[in-house]
Ligand binder design. Structure first.
Ligand code: HEC
Length: 182
């Protein structure tokens, strides 16, 4: 039993020392244009999810969603978020994929977090990513409008869509040419 405990301890010390050595030698990359190891991805992503879960609790989005609140939310989104998170006419931008972790593009994939988690993340941002904290720029009621907007990106009223600019271009009609037979 003592041998086992000692073995576990030595392994832990070796892991920490090895990690520390790599860090000090500059062998751990912080580049945004490189995928991190799957271990780092797993640890970091689940840590963010657990933190958002813990911080958000069960709070409901405080204000009800109406056409007016969605339109106000669209304006906030357009002014502060669209450059990174995309628009109906530009669901993915080259800028967005230049981040690691990549920016979630809300018009290609609707956000899947709860309102409470979105509220919490928008308030506080996510450190070491491009996601800023908005609690110094936006009031709670503005955050709640943009949270309602994110929940309803697939069913926005015309007034909100107008703010977001042109609808996605429909693909050009297929031309069928008939070649005259000689
Ligand atoms: C400079 C770019 C940038 C801007 C501007 C920005 N974000 Fe983000 N946002 C990010 C990045 C990057 C992530 C992903 C972080 C991660 O994966 O941990 C993110 C994540 C999020 C998430 C979590 C989504 C999820 O499913 O994980 C929400 C919600 C969000 N942003 C909302 C907003 C809102 C609302 C605004 C405007 C008020 C905004 N963001 C402005 C870069 C940005």
């Amino acid at each position: 039993m003592r041998g086992f405990v000692l073995g576990v301890l030595l392994t832990l010390i070796a892991l920490v020392a090895g990690g520390w050595w790599c860090l000090n030698k500059g062998y751990i990359s912080f580049a945004a244009d490189q995928e991190p190891s799957s271990l780092e991805q797993k640890v970091a992503m689940s840590a963010v999810d657990i933190w958002a879960d813990h911080g958000a609790g069960n709070q409901k989005n405080p204000s009800p969603v109406t056409d007016n609140s969605l339109t106000a939310g669209a304006q906030i989104y357009m002014d502060h978020c669209a450059g990174c998170h995309g628009l109906p006419s530009k669901p993915t931008s080259q800028f967005a994929v230049s981040f690691y972790p990549p920016v979630p593009e809300f018009f290609s994939e609707a956000p899947d977090m709860s309102d409470a988690q979105n509220f919490f993340i928008i308030q506080h941002g996510i450190r070491w990513t491009g996601m800023p904290a908005w609690n110094k720029t936006l009031s709670d009621s503005q955050i709640s409008q943009v949270v309602g907007f994110l929940r309803n990106t697939r069913k926005l009223p015309a007034t909100a869509l107008k703010i977001l600019g042109p609808e996605p271009a429909t693909p050009p009609m297929q031309m069928h040419m008939t070649i005259p037979m000689k």
